[in-house]
Ligand binder design. Structure first.
Ligand SMILES: NC(=O)c1ccc[n+]([C@@H]2O[C@H](COP(=O)([O-])OP(=O)(O)OC[C@H]3O[C@@H](n4cnc5c(N)ncnc54)[C@H](OP(=O)(O)O)[C@@H]3O)[C@@H](O)[C@H]2O)c1
Length: 252
C-alpha cells in the first residue's frame, strides 16, 4: 500500500504555503474600499469578482440591489442611482476608488449629453470635487469609439452610423463627450479606461497591455480583450494609481 504520510519535504512545502497565506492576511491592511457602479452589468460583474478575489472591500451599487446575489464577507450590495447626486455622495464618501461601468440613454433628446456615461462623469466629478483632494479616485469605463484607428481618426468617425441603433450612437458620442470633459478636469483623480473594440467572454488570463489613444492590435490585427482581463486591468489600476488624469486603453 502506498505511504500517505507527508514526507519531510511535503511538510516543508505546507509550512511555506502557510507562510504565504499568513503574509496575504497581513497584506489586508492594503485592501481598498472600492465602489462599483454597474456591478450587475456584463463588465461590472467581473470587476466586482476581481476586486473581491484580490482581497478588497467592495460596495456593489445597483438600482435594484436584490439582483446582486453574490455572497462574500467583503461585499455589500447597496441601492443607488447615478441620477441622484445626493445618493452618489453618500455612497462614495470614504471610498478609496469609485469604478463606473454603466450604460444607458436618459430621455429622448437624442443628444450625446443624454448618455448615462457622460452624465455619470459629470456627476462623479462634481461629487469628488466637493470631497476634496483626499476624496476617492475615479475609474471611468470608456468607449472604444474614442480610440484612433489611425493617427487622428477615431473608430467613431469610421462607424457606419446609419446601421447603428440610435441609442448606441448616442452612447458612443456620449463616451467621446465624457473623454473631452475629463480632459479639462484637473482637481479630481480620474482615469478613463478604454476597452478595445471587441469584448470577449474569454477566460481570465491575467494578460493585457496598456496603450493610449491609438487602438492596440494583437499579432493578428484584432483589437480585443476578455471582460475578465479588462477587470484585471481595472483593479490593477485601482491598486497602483499609475495613470492619474489620463486616458488609457486596454487590449491583448
Ligand atoms: N467596445 C466598447 O467600447 C464597449 C463595449 C461594451 C461596453 N462598453 C462600456 O462598458 C461599460 C459597461 O458596459 P456593460 O456591457 O457592462 O453594460 P450592461 O451590462 O448593459 O450594464 C449596464 C449597467 O448600468 C447600470 N445602470 C444603468 N442605469 C443606471 C443608473 N441610473 N444608475 C446606476 N447604475 C445604472 C446597470 O445597473 P442596474 O440596472 O443594476 O442599476 C447595469 O449594471 C459602459 O461604459 C460601456 O460603454 C464598451
Amino acid at each position: 500500500m502506498k505511504n500517505t504520510r507527508p514526507t519531510d519535504s511535503l511538510l516543508a512545502q505546507l509550512c511555506a504555503c502557510a507562510l504565504v497565506l499568513a503574509s496575504s492576511v497581513a497584506l489586508a491592511d492594503d485592501a481598498l474600499d472600492i465602489v462599483v457602479y454597474g456591478a450587475t452589468g456584463k463588465v461590472g460583474a467581473h470587476v466586482v469578482q476581481e476586486a473581491l478575489d484580490r482581497g478588497h472591500r467592495v460596495t456593489a451599487v445597483s438600482r435594484k440591489p436584490a439582483q446582486i446575489t453574490a455572497q462574500h464577507a467583503n461585499l455589500s450590495a447597496v441601492k443607488g442611482d447615478l441620477l441622484d447626486k445626493a445618493s452618489v455622495t453618500d455612497i462614495v464618501t470614504g471610498a478609496d476608488v469609485v469604478i463606473v461601468s454603466v450604460r444607458g440613454v436618459i430621455g429622448d433628446s437624442g443628444k450625446p449629453e443624454s448618455a448615462l456615461q457622460f452624465m455619470a462623469a459629470e456627476t462623479l466629478v462634481d461629487v469628488l470635487h466637493q470631497l476634496g483632494p483626499d476624496g476617492p479616485r475615479l475609474l471611468h469605463v470608456g468607449g472604444s469609439g474614442t480610440l484612433e484607428v489611425e493617427p487622428g481618426v477615431t473608430f467613431a468617425a469610421k462607424l457606419p452610423t446609419i446601421l447603428l441603433p440610435r441609442g448606441l450612437e448616442i452612447e458612443i458620442l456620449g463616451q467621446m463627450l465624457a473623454l473631452e470633459f475629463f480632459a479639462k478636469v484637473d482637481d479630481v483623480k480620474w482615469t478613463y479606461v478604454t476597452p478595445p473594440k471587441n469584448f470577449t467572454n474569454g477566460p481570465r488570463t491575467g494578460e493585457f497591455r496598456v496603450g493610449g489613444d491609438l487602438a492596440l492590435k494583437d499579432r493578428r490585427g484584432r483589437t480585443r480583450v476578455s471582460r475578465a482581463d479588462f477587470a484585471v486591468a481595472l483593479i490593477t489600476e485601482a491598486e497602483r494609481a499609475e495613470y492619474l488624469r489620463q486616458r488609457i486603453s486596454i487590449a491583448y
